[in-house]
Design a protein around this ligand. Sequence first.
Ligand code: DX5
Ligand code: ZN
Length: 211
Amino acid sequence: MIIPSMLSADPTKLGDELIRVSNSGADAIHWDIMDGSFVEAITFGHHIISAHRKLSNLRFDVHLMIEDPEKHLKNFSTAGADVIIVHAETCKHIHRIINDIKSFGKKSGIALNPATSIDSIKYCIDILDMILVMGVNPGNSGQNFIKSQLNKISDLRKILPPETEICIDGGVTDVTIKDCTKCGANSFVSGSYVFQSEDYSSAIQKLKENC
Ligand code: DX5
Ligand code: ZN
C-alpha cells in the first residue's frame, strides 16, 4: 500500500490535493496531527479531518504526534479516522489505549520513534493492527531515511502475525522502499516524494514498482 501524507500537500488547497491524490492510485491517506508539544509543529485538528472526509473514499490513517492522545481518540474517531495511530512514547498505558481505539470500531496502530525499541509493544502484538515504524524523527517531511530502522522492520516481521501491517513513515523514496520491502514492510507513507512530483500517478506507480 502507498499512503500519501497530507502534510506535504499544498496547504492552500488541501481539498483539491486530497481529491487529486485519491484519484492517482493512492491506497489510503495519512494525516499527520502535531500538537506543538510532542513535536514542534502544529498541524491539523479533528475538524480538518471531518471536513475532508466526504472528499475521498480511501482509508484515513490518523497519526497522532500529540501528548495525552487518549483525550482525543473520540474526536478523531467521530471525524472519520479509520486507523488511529498513537506514539508509544506518549502512552502511559499502551495496552489500554489500543483497546480504547478498538472500542470505537477503528483499527489501532502504534508508532515507534527511531530510538524506541520494539520491546515496548511486544506484549500488545495480539491486539494491534499496525506498527508504524518511523523512518525519521517525527515532526517534518523531507528528511532522509534512517538506515538502522531496517533492523527494526526485520525484527518486527519475525514476531508479528502476517496480517499485521508494518507501515514505514518518513524518508520513503523509490530507493529506500526496496530495502524496507525486503525486510518485511508492507505499507508506506509518502509525503514529499509524491507531493513534490509533477505527476502524482507516476510517482505512486514508481513506488509500487519498487516494492
Ligand atoms: C513525519 C511525518 C511523516 C511525513 C513524511 O513526522 O510523520 O508522515 O509526512 O514525509 P516524507 O515522506 O517527506 O518523509
Ligand atoms: Zn506520519
